[in-house]
Ligand binder design. Sequence first.
Ligand code: ZN
Length: 101
Amino acid sequence: MSKNAKKFQKRQAGKHNQRCSVTPDKVRYRDLEQAKDALFHFKRNAKEQKAATGSTTYNQKRPYECSACKGYHTTSQELGRVKNEVVREKELTIADLILSA
Ligand SMILES: [Zn+2]
């Protein structure tokens, strides 16, 4: 492995292992794609566990963007019930402003 490749790998690992200050017990994902990927695996595990035991402890429903660590986590809570969730507001257009006037 080249010197540059090693350097790159170390940096990636460090960033990935970074913990969130408000929810340190939660796994932190660098981007939405990683969070979605994890959720996909959760759901598959849930299906397998439910088939095997009749119930499941995997209850994660959706990924969300965290305002505290600028990363992503998964949650079992509905939209608007998660602390530190970044909710992207739809930008108002001129048409919306005229309609609300
Ligand atoms: Zn966070």
